[in-house]
Design a protein around this ligand. Structure first.
Ligand code: 7RM
Length: 651
């Protein structure tokens, strides 16, 4: 749990600022009655059933919950369709001509899709997928930039009962290939390119590389977005198709497939403690219930809001809080393709002013960057439309929380720090803006209907230990795709029938939770989960490398940065060029987000007598701390040597 050092944590607990809900929300929020917590706790199943009734069901459920640990089934026997709930349901009211999606591309191009428009596009693309042979239960891989077609493709899958597997556009060809093969996807939806900081990212080039070795892929659909694609997509033997060619011929009549509550909605890969990412499985009824409800409760979504979640749809935050949660609520979602500092550092504030954004949901890493750039950027724009601010992805330090509240919220906007994971599907721990008094740096309490405690390894309640979720919840992952044993091992083997999220936590005298970061070998770099093993495997894959150990190093902006300790093979010359080559090699293997910030060549790595690399010591070295206990080391001289080396030539 290296994102919040212990000293900083003591300061956190001394944090006694308390911010009660503001005037504007008291009594006016979607959830205003504090009695909701007790009601939910008294009968969680009845509580979640009430939330599920906000959705449209083709057939009602027979049982709310079937809990056979560690497997839960929610709304057993019920039938619904996620795309129907996000689109069709809104067409019978005034919402049908309301903006569902307001989009701006990085170069400044604009598009608005009303609910009716989005329904039409999704229906057409549903028919396109069917035309390419996709049937209910198939998997479709999506590798797209932040353009409306990403949302269209996801909802089209949901509409016809296919599962999507969205792969973040920043991942490499190899990462894409592995995810396609694990899910056995039949169709891949991509674009020729996207824009990032003024440059075209050539997604199709990565796709061409990936699909050389993905036997399950029958068709590749290419959205025309960036220029610069030399080979016409149709050149590859009937495999590639332009999106707009297919859409021109597609009918807009595509009935939503009735899905079982427990039918697969999507797979999303996330890093774990081994080199192989886990395919987190989400099903339809429970997931949609939780994201619809939590979007309404936590963001207090109202009919006239313009809601902006700055995540990429390639991450779970994009799935749950750009697509399914807000659209199931009939909200207007603003979506932006580009980076916050291009063409200038006021870009986000300019967009908020331009579109009258009322709710902003972003990550601490972004907030810390804004802090560093200074308040003169947001101060140039009119942010008075904002009424609520959210944070997600990693612990938010009180300074960043306060800066966000003051310089972006101007003291008017509640800040909701939301803790959850790819695995939880939806928000689990968060303030309710009309009820909860917030403390900067604390995600406060579990939401109504959700339980959380802080336990030690033996399963006893403690003030500081591991976060634990004792009871099943609707949006929980159902398994790991193709590996139920890993599901049991990873999440359910620490305590009997209690979910282990992998985070450290403390609980204060008021029962507020303070999340402390990961306790496993998973890093959180700028809000992105990266397994140390994945980076190590990528490094060892390079011909010059003998051994590698990767640790997180505290970073002011990114939370954690990647530090890699590397030993080279006999006869290899250690040079700056090799260092650059290794960093690039990792970026090529995994994606730029995993590029190590620092590489240190070492003669040896510190190991226990049983041969385990002692990462704790490497972290101490990387962060320049006094070293902890070294008595279990096989050769204490190794670490002393390493420390001198590292301090001499950190890069
Ligand atoms: C939504 C998301 C999950 C991990 C999780 C934590 C960390 C996320 C917070 C947080 C402290 C928060 N999904 N995390 N939100 N830590 N406070 N509000 O990020 O699967 O990509 O990551 O992120 O360590 O386990 S994720």
């Amino acid at each position: 749990m290296s994102s919040v050092p212990e000293q900083a944590f003591e300061a956190l607990l001394a944090e006694d600022r308390l911010f009660p809900p503001g005037e504007a929300l008291r009594g006016q929020a979607n959830v205003s009655d504090a009695g909701v917590y007790a009601r939910a706790a008294a009968d969680p199943e009845a509580f979640w059933a009430e939330a599920a009734r906000e959705l449209h069901w083709f057939r009602g459920w027979d049982r709310v919950l079937d809990w056979t640990p560690p497997h839960a089934r929610w709304f057993v026997g019920g039938q619904l369709n996620a795309a129907y709930n996000c689109l069709d349901r809104h067409l019978s009211s005034a919402r049908r001509n309301k903006a569902a999606l307001i989009w701006e591309g990085e170069p400044g191009d604009e598009r608005v899709l009303t609910y009716w428009d989005l329904h039409r596009e999704v229906s057409k693309f549903g028919n396109v997928l069917k035309g390419l042979g996709v049937v209910k239960g198939d998997r479709v891989a999506i590798y797209l930039p932040m353009i409306p077609e990403a949302v269209i493709a996801m909802l089209a899958c949901a509409r016809i009962g296919a599962a999507h597997s969205v792969v973040f556009g920043g991942f490499s060809a190899e990462s894409l290939r592995d995810r396609i093969n694990d899910a056995q996807a039949k169709v891949l939806v991509t674009a020729d390119g996207g824009y990032r900081r003024g440059r075209v990212v050539h997604l199709k080039a990565a796709v061409d590389e990936a699909v050389k070795d993905t036997p399950s892929i029958r068709h590749v659909v290419v959205v025309r977005r960036g220029g610069g694609l030399e080979v016409p997509a149709s050149a590859t033997d009937g495999r590639d198709h332009w999106y707009d060619d297919l859409m021109r011929q597609a009918s807009a009549d595509c009935p939503a497939e009735p899905m079982d509550a427990e039918d697969l909605l999507y797979i999303l890969y996330t890093s774990g403690t081994t080199g192989k990412p886990k395919g987190v499985v989400h099903t339809t009824g429970g997931y949609l219930t939780q994201v619809q409800a939590t979007a309404r409760w936590v963001f207090d979504l109202k009919e006239n809001d313009v809601y902006w979640c700055t995540a990429d749809v390639g991450w779970v935050t994009g799935h749950s809080y750009i697509v399914y949660g807000p659209l199931a609520n009939g909200a207007t979602v603003f979506m932006y393709e580009g980076a916050p500092d291009w063409p200038h550092r006021g870009r986000f504030w300019e967009l908020i002013q331009k579109y009258g954004v009322t709710i902003l949901y972003t990550a601490p890493t972004a907030i810390r960057a804004f802090m560093r750039w200074g308040p003169s950027w947001p101060d140039q724009f009119d942010l008075s439309s904002l009424r609520l601010l959210g944070s997600v992805g990693e612990p938010i330090n009180p300074e960043a929380w306060m800066w966000y509240a003051e310089h972006i919220g101007h003291g008017r906007c509640p800040v909701v720090d939301t803790w959850w994971q790819t695995e939880t599907g939806g928000i689990m721990i968060s303030p309710l803006p009309g009820i909860t008094s917030t403390k900067p740096g604390s995600a406060t309490r579990p939401l109504p209907g959700i339980t959380a405690s802080v336990l030690n390894g033996e399963g006893s309640d403690v003030r500081a230990g591991f976060l634990a979720i004792p009871k099943p919840w609707p949006g929980m992952l159902r398994t790991i795709w193709g590996d139920d044993e890993r599901y049991r091992q990873t999440y359910w083997s620490k305590w009997p029938n209690v979910y282990f999220p992998g985070d450290g936590a403390k609980i204060d005298d008021d029962g507020y939770l303070w999340l402390l970061g990961r306790v496993d070998d998973v890093l959180n770099v700028a809000g992105h989960r990266i397994g140390t093993m994945e980076v190590e495997s990528a490094l060892v894959d390079h011909p010059a490398v003998a051994e590698a150990a990767v640790v997180g190093k505290a970073d002011e902006i990114k939370g954690q940065a990647i530090a890699a300790f590397v030993t080279v093979k006999e006869g290899i010359l250690i040079t700056d060029a090799l260092k650059a080559e290794l960093r690039q090699h990792v970026a090529d293997k995994i994606g730029a987000i995993a590029r190590p910030d620092a590489i240190l060549f070492a003669a040896d790595l510190p190991k226990t007598r049983s041969g385990k690399i002692m990462r704790r010591l490497l972290r101490d070295i990387a962060e320049g701390r006094a070293m902890g206990d070294t008595t279990t080391l096989a050769d204490p001289a190794v670490v002393a040597r390493l420390k001198t080396e590292y301090e001499g030539k950190e890069s």
